[in-house]
Design a protein. Structure first.
Length: 241
């Protein structure tokens, strides 16, 4: 479903070039549950944004569903995004002047779905996430965990093939983080590919595959089953860091 070959990405910072991704090769199959780990500034968000067609890359190739994603117009990228992917962010990115239901319904507005139908569908997704009673509430009346569940409902409503989540638990306390990860697991159980970024090792260890970024490259890929080994090497690296 996802194939990256030798992806490079730099940012211009003043007169300098900051080389963030230095040749990423990666394959992710349909239905995988993957986390991308790495220290702050290691390029996790940059990689996720490229995967989610929110940003361009400089070199290499990216195939999503066997389609080359490169130099697309913003319009074309937006269409593909609407069809294929859902996003979840650390800071929820809800629209403050719309209520929970309207926030969830928003992607359908961009698809031209009529108000009545999109609100009905939004209610279905709110119910799935246990938030039906909160439909009329504004984001500032909701807890962090509730906001993230609204954001997840919004990501799901256009029936994406992939969910990209950038530090979805980064603003949540531990138990709420685990609830959100439980939801991610269920989403993946429904056949949706889930790719999330985290710098927390316990969150990463709840996924089936961990991709570790270091110095702009993939440092290692750990599959579920080898997680104990992962904990071991990871803790050791922390100790020696
Ligand atoms: P992570 O998500 O792992 O913390 P990022 O992908 O956000 O890392 O950033 C990687 C590096 O690129 C950081 O040094 C960051 O400051 C820099 N960076 C990210 N986005 C931009 C940008 N739009 N312009 C310039 N530098 C950027
Ligand atoms: Mg980031």
């Amino acid at each position: 479903m996802i194939r990256l070959n030798n992806i490079h990405k730099s940012y211009e910072v003043g007169n300098n070039k900051l080389h963030v991704l230095k040749g990423i090769d990666l394959e992710i199959e349909n239905g995988e549950f993957v986390s991308i780990m790495g220290s702050s500034g290691s390029g996790k968000s940059t990689l996720l944004n490229i995967l989610g067609m929110l940003d361009n890359y400089d070199e290499g190739s990216y195939y999503l569903n066997n389609k080359l994603i490169s130099n697309m117009s913003e319009k074309k990228a937006a269409l593909l995004r609407n069809d294929m992917v859902g996003f979840v962010f650390q800071s929820f990115n809800l629209i403050s002047f719309k209520n929970a239901m309207e926030n969830v319904a928003l992607p359908l507005y961009y698809k031209g779905v009529k108000r009545k139908k999109r609100n009905m569908l939004a209610m279905e997704y709110l119910e799935k996430l246990g938030l039906k009673e909160w439909a009329e509430h504004m984001p500032n009346e909701l807890s962090g965990g509730q906001k993230q569940r609204i954001a997840i409902a919004r990501a799901l409503i256009s029936k994406p093939k992939v969910i990209f989540a950038d530090e979805p638990t980064g603003a949540l306390d531990t138990s709420t983080s685990y609830e959100v990860m439980e939801i991610m697991k269920e989403i993946n159980g429904d056949g949706i590919t889930v790719i999330l970024v985290t710098h927390e090792h316990d969150i990463a260890s709840m996924t089936r595959k961990i991709i570790r970024l270091k110095d702009g490259r993939i440092h290692e890929i750990i599959r579920n089953g080898n997680l104990n080994e992962f904990r071991h090497t990871y803790m050791k690296e922390l100790e020696t860091a």
